[in-house]
Design a protein around this ligand. Sequence first.
Ligand code: ADP
Ligand code: MG
Length: 577
Amino acid sequence: MKLHKNDYVNLVKLFKELFQVSGNKVIVSFLLQILTGFTQGIGLLMLIPMLSIAGVFSNQAKGSEFVEKLIVFLHRAGIPGGIEAILLFYIAIVSLNAWLNSYQSILNAKIQHRFVRFLKNRLYTAIGHSQWLFVSRLRMSDLAHEITSEVQRSGQVIFQILRYTSIIISIVVYVVVAFLLSAKMALLSLIGALVLLAFGIKKNKYAYDLGKSSQRSVKKVYQIVLEHLSGMKIAKSFAQEERYIHEFIEYSEEVEKKKIEYAQLSSRTSLLFSVGTVTLLSIYVYLAIKVAGLHPSTLLVLIYIFSRLLPKVSSLQTSFQSILQSLPAFTSVSQLQSECDRNVENLKRPENQDNADFQSGPVIFSDVSFSYGAEPVIEKLSIQIPSNSILCITGPSGSGKTTLADLLLGLLKPTQGKIFIDDHLLDARILYRWRKSIGYVTQESFLFNDTIRNNLLWTKPGVSEEELWEALKKASADEMVKNFDLGLETVVGDRGAQISGGERQRLALARALVRKPAMLILDEATNALDRQNELKIIEALERIKGTTTMVIISHSHEVHRIADQVIHLENGGISHV
Ligand SMILES: Nc1ncnc2c1ncn2[C@@H]1O[C@H](COP(=O)(O)OP(=O)(O)O)[C@@H](O)[C@H]1O
Ligand SMILES: [Mg+2]
């Protein structure tokens, strides 16, 4: 069995994290497993006095020294008063064993699900807290896949490991009891078990590979679904939906194939073990009778033990395969987790959210440079944006206008130079507060599939009705909302698809204004609009001029007219217009 070194490392990591999350429960589970094994052993040994009373063990029977000792011990302890007492004790011990078993299953389920919740919450938090540049480069469908399916499969690893250890304990108990009855035969049963396990080893790598390849197929299905669903309109418009549907069907088949292959692997392993078991059992009986010359009574109990033991060995194998098949899921979850951790934003989030706002103040870029790769997008840029003034940015596509806005939002960190907000250096200490004070409108504004009211309240919960209407009025959107039949209760559809582009942009502006931002950033917010809607928004901006600092990326002459300064961005540098 060739596990990669990486997988061992991850297995160790899994245990470490499991112990961190529910160390106590895991220890209790192991103790319960031992206790369960112990009661199981006693239950097994109880067969002997039963058989003894039934007359299988005669006084002369020299089956085993241990059996004789046991019978004497039970006599002294006063247990075999009669068959009734023995049977009652047997019922009690087997019931106790069953109760321990069920308690342990519940405990294991708790351990598994708590671990899944822990992984899921930690990963989701890490994704939410990681730097924009890092997350923006990931595939959203991969993230969805990791958070849902892979985390769940990681929980399966835990479940199977707990099962695995309890099977091992069970096997140990059987072997020990067998030893007490006949050392020779016990050794033989142990060798038999190992031979069976050796048969299974070749299958293990296969199980691991299946786990990996099925992971790839499931991931692909997620990609197709997410891309298709979020681009449904464009897919339909280009008559490309069949492509998604075909791909979806193709990869669903792939997933099905892998699942069936795994089912085949599991059941063939079981088959191999069943045949192996019965063969070994027969050899065992043959040797016991012909070679060891055991007493029939001892033989009876040994056969019973052996017939129980071998299926356990089979379970041990399938359980191990299952661990191997699910392990790649944990590996990829922890990989993503550590990547997110490495790219964490580490913001200082104030406890009291109400006082988190910045007041309007001057913003200064001092020799700021930024590059995504080798080529700088922005080079040694210095600008001053006085408090409550309007800065307009123009420049050809790809000149770095959005990058500049992202720097201002703190979504990107300057590779060189500094940005000051109201005399504070823009860094992790003030970033969260700063973003809480920003109103941001982009070309394709994202509205939530909810009512207009809830969309507006999203930036500043608890705002009064008057303030909502005030923001709508400032954004030239009040008449429009009044004209909707349901007014503020109108639902806008996924990403605002049920209202027009102009309506959407004005609502996005109103949403930005609800929080009375210290700075309003508009990134080509009117670009996709017709002239009339564009003018409505520019009118709105003129109305709020002087009450907040504005950075407007736009090519419109009307915006240039209301701006206090206009800069033209090109080849990393700027020229004032
Ligand atoms: N996440 C990114 N990774 C790498 N390069 C990027 C990224 N975003 C933008 N760029 C590149 O940076 C340059 C400026 O992009 P951008 O600021 O979006 O321009 P604008 O908004 O002026 O059209 C472009 O050449 C673009 O290809
Ligand atoms: Mg842009």
